[in-house]
Design a protein around this ligand. Structure first.
Ligand SMILES: Cc1cc2nc3c(=O)[nH]c(=O)nc-3n(C[C@H](O)[C@H](O)[C@H](O)COP(=O)(O)OP(=O)(O)OC[C@H]3O[C@@H](n4cnc5c(N)ncnc54)[C@H](O)[C@@H]3O)c2cc1C
Length: 388
């Protein structure tokens, strides 16, 4: 069999080790944290200590020296074990990748070891209420004042700010206030003066909370700027391709979790004499379909990650988008089939699947919506006219 479709032994071993650790916490742990207002800190730090959170960070900065395919495998396994660690998409994947690729040696030394071992969590803020899917429209602005930068603006739906030590904020510099986005990325400590946050009440029950952020004359030292203010969009895409690959991994892991629960239930639940409900094709076929589409989706995730790790940013952009799309779709389908297979139990709190419907739905909206991916593929892959 061609090596193209088999993962290296080290990654298989990594998957097994992560699956074991995450399963020792499991869905029950996450649900307990949700019920008590707790966080996933214990699991997070355990994952960090074992080197799983930082597998993509260079070894000289305390990481594992691997790639996005490894980090995506870690998140997929954690989610498949019932522990979908949302902040992995953000801290090691987006922020870790951007700082690794665009940061100065000093910035790397300052931020990467903590991101790698999990003791330092970095959130990521690009979305604004009046920009949404159109990032070119963001208005958070950075103005240079002597040796310092002064940031003003607002961000919304920013995950995990209550747990984060800093937020990587996407702004534009003052001379680029209009027209196409010339992004400038700043690490803003969460205790910076002028930086405040309000929680957004969400229907999704998860330990990770979402926030609206306010930046009012936040003063930052010169080295808060990551990359070059004239560096252009590629610096942002150094983080956005990993974000999409990890979005796919999170969704694929959730889909595996949902499918596993549904198959177990279909094998054991019996309401027609001794026949389990899984013996009826009305139940078996949707489960088989989910399995097939899940494997398609996982192949896209692996291809996107392989392109990114090979340094092909353009190819990775196309496949990371497609992988994210496929992941969002299969997670929604899997959660829906799992709920349906469970009948009334699918909507009880005890089985925990109804909340998965909302969690899976996130994969169609964030970090980039299904429609924006279709727009991208229509225009860039198929060469159709720009529609947005
Ligand atoms: C739980 C959660 C966590 C998040 N975490 C973060 C985070 O940590 N950091 C961060 O920066 N952001 C985060 N986001 C924000 C997320 O990336 C945005 O919600 C997403 O990009 C969509 O933007 P929007 O919500 O403003 O929707 P809108 O842009 O208002 O879009 C609304 C609908 O219109 C559709 N639409 C818009 N434009 C077009 C078009 N041209 N063609 C066709 N359809 C279109 C969209 O697909 C969508 O269905 C998070 C969101 C959620 C829900």
């Amino acid at each position: 069999m061609s090596d193209m479709f088999t993962e290296p032994e080290e990654r298989t071993a990594l998957r097994e080790a992560v699956a074991r650790l995450a399963a020792s916490y499991g869905r029950e742990y996450i649900e307990k944290q949700v019920a008590t207002g707790g966080k996933t800190t214990d699991l997070w730090l355990d994952m960090g200590k074992q080197g799983y959170l930082g597998v993509n960070i260079p070894e000289e900065y305390g990481g594992g020296g691997g790639g996005m395919a490894d980090l995506a495998a870690v998140l997929e396994e954690a989610a498949a074990a019932g522990a979908p660690l949302l902040m992995m998409v953000v801290s090691p994947a987006i922020c870790g990748s951007i700082i690794t690729r665009c940061g100065t040696p000093r910035q790397k030394q300052k931020w990467l070891p903590g991101i790698a071992d999990g003791t330092l969590l970095m959130a990521f803020g690009i979305t604004e209420a009046d920009a949404g899917s159109n990032a070119h429209q963001i208005t958070t602005t950075a103005i240079r004042d002597g040796d310092e930068w002064v940031l003003n603006g607002q961000k919304t739906f920013i995950s995990g700010v209550d747990e984060a030590h800093a937020v990587l904020i996407v702004s534009r510099t003052a001379d680029a206030r209009t027209g196409k986005l010339k992004p400038a990325l700043f690490v803003v400590p969460t205790d910076a003066q002028g930086f405040t946050r309000t929680p957004i009440p969400m229907a999704w029950k998860a330990p990770e909370k979402q926030f609206t952020l306010f930046l009012d004359d936040v003063r930052l030292p010169a080295d808060a700027l990551v990359g070059d203010e004239d560096g252009g969009l590629w610096q942002l895409f150094a983080g956005l391709n990993p974000e999409r690959i990890m979005g796919a991994a999170l969704s694929n892991g959730m889909a595996r979790y949902a499918l596993g629960k549904a198959v177990d239930y279909a094998r054991t639940r019996s309401v027609w004499k001794d026949q389990p409900i899984g013996s009826h094709q009305g139940i078996a076929h949707p489960l088989a379909r989910v399995k097939i589409e899940l494997e398609q989706s996982r192949l896209l995730q692996q291809k996107a990650a392989a392109l990114y790790d090979a340094g092909d940013d353009f190819g990775a952009g196309e496949y990371a988008n497609m992988a994210k799309y496929a992941g969002g779709e299969i997670a929604c389908n899997a959660a829906d089939v799992a709920v349906h297979t469970h009948g009334g139990n699918g909507l009880t709190e005890e089985y925990g699947l109804a909340n998965l419907l909302i969690a899976a739905r996130l994969g169609r909206i964030a970090p980039v919506s299904r429609e924006m991916i279709l727009n991208f593929v229509g225009m860039h892959t198929l060469g159709l006219p720009k529609s947005y």
